[in-house]
Design a protein around this ligand. Structure first.
Ligand SMILES: [Zn+2]
Length: 429
C-alpha cells in the first residue's frame, strides 16, 4: 500500500523552511518527496490524503507527560493519554515515573510499554525514577531500566534534594546513555505555598511559592553540570532568573538544556484570582515579567523545548478549596494552538516552533523523530493553523478536564495524526 499525501505544505524544522511538497509513504516511512502533483501513479493500491490548506509537520514529541497508569487510572490511562496525545498532534511522548507504584524498576517500565503496545496509538517512552520510590535516598538500577526501555530518568514531582545523589545520578545516567530531567525546586522554601509568591498572593491571601525556590535548584543543577561535565535538562522553567541562569550556563558551554510549558508563556498569576484550581500548578504561574522572559528565552534559544507537563486530575482533586487542590493541568490538546499564538505574535518562526515541539525533545531523549525527510518514519501531524474554536470539555480526549483554557478561544489545531504511516487520529468534520 502506498499513501500519497498531496497538496500540503511541508515543514522540516531542521531545514527551517516551508515547502509545497507531496509525500509518498511506503512501509511506514517517507519513501519519496516530490514537487506538488508530480506523482503520476494511479490505482486502487494508492491511498490519497488531500492535505490542501494544511501544514504537515513531524509528529510532535512531548518529553513531559504524566500518564496515571499504573495506580490512578480514574485520572488517565496509558490509552486515554495516548488518545489525547494523538488528538493534539503528538506521535511520541515520554511519561514521568510518579505513578503508583512509581516507575523505579524494570517490571513497571515493562508494564508501561506493554500497555502502550495494547493502546497502539502513539509511541510511548518511559522515564524511570532517579531514586527508589522517588524518595531521594538510593539510586535506581539505571542499567536495568535502560535495558527495559527507559529513555531518561527523573524524580519529577519532586526534586532530588541531596546534591551528592544528584551528582551520582548525572554520572551514572551519562554512562548508561539516559537523559536526566530535573524538577528544580527547593521544597523547604516552597513550604505550604500554593501559588506564586508576590503581589497577587498577598492580595488574595494565599501562601506563596517564591521564584527563588525554583532558581536555587536551577543553579544547583548548573553547578553540578559544571562539576561533572554531564548533561542535565531542566523541566518546566517558569521564572526570569531561571532563564538568565540557563542562558549564562549555555554561554559557558555547559551541557544544560531546558524546557517550558505553554501555560508559562500564556498565563500569569492573575489567573489565580477567583481561586480557579485549574490555575494551580507547580511551578506556579508567575508574573507578567516572567512570562515575557520565558518568551524571550524561547526566541533566543535559551529554552530548547516546549513540553506540556500534562497532569490529569479528577474533580476529586480539583473541585475543592484552592489550597487543598492538587497541582497540575492537562496540556496535550492545547499545546499546539498556544504555541501557534507565539508564532502569530512574532516570538517564534513556525519551523522553530515546530522544532521545539518535535526535533529538540526527540534529540534530547535520543529517540527518532522531529525530521521530515526521505527515509524518516512517517510520524506526522497535519495542522490547520487558521481553524478557530472555543475549547470545550466535550472535545477533550483526556480522561480528565482540568484545563484553565476551557471556554477560551483557540486558533489552530491538529487535524490528522499519522504514526508509522497509519492514521491514528483524524478530526471529525
Ligand atoms: Zn515537575
Amino acid at each position: 500500500m502506498t499513501t500519497w499525501i498531496r497538496s500540503g505544505s511541508v515543514i522540516d524544522p531542521l531545514k527551517g523552511v516551508v515547502e509545497k511538497t507531496d509525500l509518498i509513504i511506503e512501509k511506514g516511512k517517507i519513501a519519496r518527496m516530490l514537487p506538488r502533483d508530480e506523482f503520476k501513479e494511479q490505482g486502487p493500491q494508492i491511498n490519497i490524503i488531500d492535505a490542501s490548506g494544511r501544514f504537515i509537520v513531524p509528529g510532535l514529541v512531548d518529553m513531559h507527560v504524566h500518564l496515571r497508569e499504573p495506580g490512578h487510572e480514574y485520572k488517565e490511562t496509558i490509552a486515554t493519554g495516548a488518545m489525547a496525545a494523538a488528538a493534539g498532534g503528538y506521535t511520541a511522548l515520554a511519561c514521568m515515573p510518579n505513578t503508583v507504584p512509581p516507575n523505579d524498576c524494570r517490571s513497571v517500565t515493562e508494564f508501561i510499554l506493554e500497555q502502550a503496545k495494547r493502546a497502539s496509538l502513539v509511541r510511548i517512552y518511559p522515564v524511570a525514577a532517579i531514586t527508589v520510590g522517588q524518595k531521594g535516598k538510593t539510586l535506581t538500577e539505571f542499567g536495568d531500566l535502560k535495558a527495559a526501555g527507559a529513555v531518561a530518568v527523573s524524580d519529577d514531582g519532586f526534586p532530588v534534594a541531596d546534591s551528592r545523589i544528584m551528582k551520582s545520578a548525572l554520572e551514572y545516567a551519562r554512562y548508561h546513555g539516559l537523559a536526566v530531567i530535573s524538577h528544580a525546586e527547593d521544597v523547604s522554601l516552597s513550604g505550604d505555598g500554593v501559588m506564586h509568591e508576590g503581589a497577587v498572593s498577598t492580595r488574595i491571601g494565599l501562601p506563596g511559592i517564591p521564584a527563588a525556590s525554583e532558581e536555587i535548584m536551577v543553579y544547583r543543577e548548573i553547578a553540578l553540570a559544571g562539576l561533572t561535565g554531564c548533561p542535565v535538562h531542566i523541566a518546566h522553567v517558569s521564572t526570569k532568573r531561571s532563564v538568565e541562569l540557563i542562558r549564562r550556563a549555555k554561554e559557558e558551554g555547559l551541557p544544560v538544556t531546558a524546557e517550558t510549558a505553554p501555560h508559562y508563556f500564556s498565563l500569569d498569576h492573575d489567573s489565580v484570582v477567583g481561586y480557579d484550581t485549574n490555575a494551580k500548578m507547580n511551578p506556579p504561574l508567575r508574573t507578567p515579567n516572567d512570562v515575557e522572559a520565558i518568551k524571550k528565552g524561547l526566541a533566543q534559544g535559551v529554552i530548547d523545548v516546549i513540553a506540556t507537563d500534562h497532569a490529569p486530575h479528577s474533580p476529586l482533586e480539583k473541585d475543592v478549596e484552592f489550597d487543598k487542590a492538587a497541582f497540575g493541568i492537562i496540556g496535550l490538546e492545547t499545546a499546539l494552538p498556544l504555541t501557534l499564538e507565539l508564532v502569530r505574535s512574532g516570538v517564534l518562526e513556525l519551523p522553530e516552533a515546530v522544532r521545539k515541539l518535535s526535533y529538540n525533545p526527540a534529540a534530547l531523549l535520543g529517540i527518532q523523530g522531529g525530521r521530515l525527510e526521505v527515509g524518516s518514519r512517517a510520524d506526522l501531524a497535519f495542522m490547520d493553523t487558521e481553524h478557530e474554536y472555543v475549547l470545550s470539555e466535550k472535545n477533550i480526549f483526556s480522561r480528565s478536564r482540568n484545563s484553565p483554557f476551557i471556554g477560551m478561544s483557540m486558533k489552530g489545531r491538529n487535524v490528522l495524526t499519522m504514526v508509522g504511516g497509519k492514521v491514528v487520529w483524524e478530526k471529525q468534520a
